[in-house]
Design a protein around this ligand. Structure first.
Ligand SMILES: Cc1cc2nc3c(=O)[nH]c(=O)nc-3n(C[C@H](O)[C@H](O)[C@H](O)COP(=O)(O)OP(=O)(O)OC[C@H]3O[C@@H](n4cnc5c(N)ncnc54)[C@H](O)[C@@H]3O)c2cc1C
Length: 507
């Protein structure tokens, strides 16, 4: 069963195991979820009940109300999806630091087999490693958030072209590892799991299953009720929730459906700074509320695409190979090539946050220009609080703070200017990563490290040498203003009065 997506600790299943455990940390959904599919199949094979536990920890470096509100929205959808099935699904929202210590261990101890999600970055990466190392019995990490199965990533792709070519050549094989779309549709023969058992396991620790009405209140769009619920969670409140951006599988599917209707305009309009021209799916992909497989499959099915439509003359090209319209091809290139290049990179490089992982030519060239005079230099606080001379840059930073994202084109500009306006490239790199990871809903993702990394030369090539940037590709505010109308964007985002600060995170 999709063996290329599985990483195991090589241990034996627990002969006294009482259930199959699926610890849901990254594929927080029910559709196109290989982990869930495997867990159901193992529960059937071993004639054991299946418990699905979806936790969220309260104290990690970028923990915030913003992330909690989004994740909890997904828990509500999952609650409804599992309700009326023989599977016991429990959400666990940790209330205070270390309340949840030992919960995963307690669950693993009595599990015949533990399944959890593979994800190459931030907290899920550590939870995955913990599952492999700390379980005395069989743990399986399942990769379901990328198109390329994790075990097929056997090399470094230095450019998008290299990876795209490889994907084009292997597409049929890759598609054969796609998941069963609706694993919950066939639960016949599954032994029922009971909430009492789940309570018993939680009771061995300080933690308790989060009551449904609490989860539901945290996810509510009524601010007063939500505030009351959140008061009981010892959470960093510096980064507020974005009420309009609800998390969850249902919302992700709605966005996808709406986007597919206008996908043909994607290439033409994706630089348009008004909302609505791109899919807005990145936070949902990040938290696994939707699978990239669902996205790609939906797009291809809506055009009744078949493999014989591909055009080998365009092998490795960003457009032309799929035999589809320009907008569709443009979108597929982003959600496949550009997303996968980051995923593959972070999977291969556990130290992906490290400045030293940038290409040698880029570091060398930047080092040669470290002593160049910067046109402006700003501190972390000035950048975070959007206090630069550039109203356009401030608008980008304010969009990030207010909406948890920056429009892709402006995001490149935003990061390029951080490189230009900080005392040295190492500091610029650290600030850009930190601001993105702290404020962006889709931050802490492989795309975060490929996006910021790209700004500093990763997956790019040397350009003409210039001050400060060396051979790194440059972006100027003047030429950007000539290409797109930024006035409305500036007006929209420059009325913010938020302030805060927190030390950057180190791997
Ligand atoms: C400095 C910088 C930082 C970035 N940080 C992040 C981040 O933290 N998280 C994140 O998901 N993306 C990041 N990106 C990539 C990109 O900005 C976002 O993925 C995209 O803007 C999300 O909007 P969307 O979902 O509407 O994208 P769409 O245009 O609708 O594209 C669909 C999906 O394709 C993928 N995608 C699109 N553009 C890119 C790209 N340039 N690189 C990689 N994947 C892409 C995303 O998964 C996206 O959701 C960053 C880019 C830069 C330049």
């Amino acid at each position: 069963m999709f063996e290329n997506r599985l990483i195991t600790n090589g241990k034996m299943p627990n002969t006294d195991g009482e259930y199959i455990l699926y610890w849901m940390i990254s594929n927080r959904r029910t559709i196109d979820n290989h982990s869930l599919e495997l867990a159901i199949s193992l529960a059937k094979e071993h004639d054991l009940p299946l418990y699905v536990i979806e936790p969220i920890a309260v104290n990690h470096h970028y923990s915030s109300k913003r992330l909690h509100y989004f994740v909890v929205g997904g828990m509500v959808d999952n609650y409804y999806a599992f309700k009326d099935t023989p599977i016991c699904y429990c959400s666990y929202i940790e209330k205070y630091d270390k309340e949840g210590s030992g919960v995963f261990k307690a669950w693993m101890e009595k599990a015949k087999i533990t399944i959890t999600d593979h994800h190459p970055t931030y907290l899920p990466k550590y939870v995955g490693e913990y599952a492999l190392e700390q379980n005395e019995h069989l743990s399986i990490l399942v990769n379901s958030n990328s198109i390329i199965p994790v075990n097929l990533i056997d090399r470094d792709f230095k450019s998008a072209y290299q990876l795209r070519r490889w994907i084009h050549k292997n597409i049929e094989n890759l598609m054969s590892e796609f998941s069963t779309k609706h694993p919950l549709q066939d639960l016949s023969g599954l032994v029922p799991a009971h909430q009492e058992k789940a309570e018993e396991i939680f009771a061995q620790t300080k933690a308790r299953i989060s009551p449904w009405d609490f989860v539901w209140r945290c996810a509510l769009d009524d601010e007063a009720i939500r505030e009351q619920a959140f008061k009981t969670v010892q959470l960093n409140m510096d980064v507020p929730e974005i009420e309009e951006v609800r998390g969850g599988e249902q919302q992700a599917l709605n966005l996808l459906r709406n986007f597919v209707r206008k996908i043909d305009k994607y290439s033409e309009e994706r630089r348009n700074l008004q909302p609505g021209y791109t899919s807005a799916l990145s936070p949902y992909l990040h938290f696994g509320h939707i699978s990239p497989i669902t996205v790609v499959r939906t797009v291809l099915n809506s055009y009744n695409w078949t493999i014989d439509q591909t055009n080998p003359e365009f092998l490795g090209k960003s457009e032309g190979w799929w035999g589809l319209q320009e907008g569709v091809e443009g979108f597929l290139d982003q959600v496949i090539t550009w997303r996968e290049i980051g995923f593959a990179y972070c999977t291969n490089h556990k130290d992906h946050l490290d400045y030293q992982t940038l290409p040698e030519w880029a570091r060398k060239s930047l080092a040669e220009h470290t002593s160049d005079e910067r046109p402006y230099t700003y501190t972390y606080d000035q950048l975070e609080n959007a206090k630069t001379h550039s109203e356009l840059w401030n608008a980008c930073q304010n969009q990030l703070r207010k909406e948890g994202i920056i429009h892709n084109y402006m995001r490149m500009f935003w990061a390029k200017k951080i490189l230009e306006w900080t005392p040295n490239p190492e500091t610029g790199y650290e600030y850009a990563l930190d601001l993105n990871d702290k404020w962006a809903l889709d931050g802490r993702d492989p795309n975060s490290y490929s996006g910021v990394g790209w700004t500093f030369g990763r997956f790019d090539r040397p350009w003409f040498e210039r001050e400060v940037f060396g051979k790194i590709r440059y972006m100027s505010e003047n030429s950007l203003r000539k290409k797109i109308d930024v006035n409305q964007y500036i007006n929209k985002y420059n009325n913010q009065t938020l302030t805060s600060s927190r030390a950057p995170y180190k791997n």
